[in-house]
Design a binder for this molecule. Structure first.
Ligand code: ADP
Ligand code: MG
Length: 259
């Protein structure tokens, strides 16, 4: 695959600074890009992070502009925050009144805006926890759907509370989306995140991914943003990217230095 706009740490260094490429390097700078103050504060005060990692700096700005992302970065480089910021900000931008709906219209389980697919139960739960820290005070509801847990309890909670961001493992997500009685649906989905794509394919989740994507609105009818992260980019991940990434509007980000 010829993936244009190849970013690397060296290329970034040569062109002076990340900031001169329109990239941000500090979380506080996200406010200037329109990111909700509660989200920025949750990172800078709640989590206590000031500077972005390389993959965060290279992906957050283009993702906030609506580009699809294919990012290669090692484990432990902060990819979770990298995709959660644009996912959350897009929901706030599309529905600015969410935070003010006291006692009014409740979130629904069939109005999911973002689905985040992760290979393991542990990773999905970690993403869910991190997302819940970031959405405080925004009105956004996060639910987690993983195997090995009570499906009915999850469904009950999701129907009671609603869901804007659904994080889960491929098997359980496929199970919920294929079940017309689950109450789980995403007719207004705006963002799909494929986390640890290489691991998902390694353990044979290709078919589940294909099925999940079949339950989502047709991209020709409702354009969606896809953010794909992987530690390595073998052939099958390139194939996945070819199928699901908007080839006319994406950024390929490859980080070469260890953070
Ligand atoms: P990855 O998904 O790339 O393996 P994670 O998103 O799980 O990495 O992040 C690894 C750890 O680094 C987490 O504990 C996370 O909270 C922390 N982290 C994320 N971003 C930053 C940052 N900018 N500065 C310091 N620590 C960070
Ligand atoms: Mg991760």
């Amino acid at each position: 695959a010829s993936l244009p706009r190849f970013y690397s740490a060296e290329a970034t260094a040569q062109s002076n600074t990340a900031a001169s490429n329109g990239l941000v390097t500090r979380f506080a700078d996200l406010a200037a890009l329109g990111v909700h103050e509660n989200v920025v504060r949750a990172i800078t005060h709640g989590m206590g992070y000031e500077n972005m990692t390389e993959v965060q700096s290279m992906t957050i700005s283009p993702a906030l502009k609506g580009k699809d992302i294919v990012a290669q970065a090692k484990t432990g480089t902060g990819k979770t925050l990298g995709f959660l910021v644009p996912v959350i900000q897009k929901i706030i931008t599309q529905d600015p009144d969410l935070a003010h709906r006291f006692g009014g219209k409740r979130a629904r389980s069939d109005d999911i805006r973002a689905i985040i697919i992760s290979p393991t139960r542990e990773l999905a739960e970690q993403i869910g926890e991190e997302a819940r820290k970031l959405v405080k005070g925004t009105g956004i509801i996060v639910q987690t759907a993983v195997g090995g847990t009570q499906k009915n309890a999850m469904l009950y909670k999701t129907r009671q509370q609603g869901c804007h961001i659904l994080v889960g493992t491929p098997g359980r997500l496929n199970d919920l989306l294929s079940d017309s009685h689950s109450g789980i649906d995403a007719p207004r989905l705006s963002t799909l995140v494929l986390d640890e794509a290489d691991r998902m394919l390694e353990v044979g989740f290709n078919e589940e991914l294909r099925q999940i994507i079949n339950y989502l609105p047709d991209r020709k009818v409702l354009p969606r943003q896809t953010l794909l992260y992987s530690a390595t980019i073998p052939k099958d991940v390139v194939g996945l990217a070819r199928s699901y990434i908007d080839k006319n509007n994406f950024e390929f980000v490859q980080t070469v230095k260890a953070d």
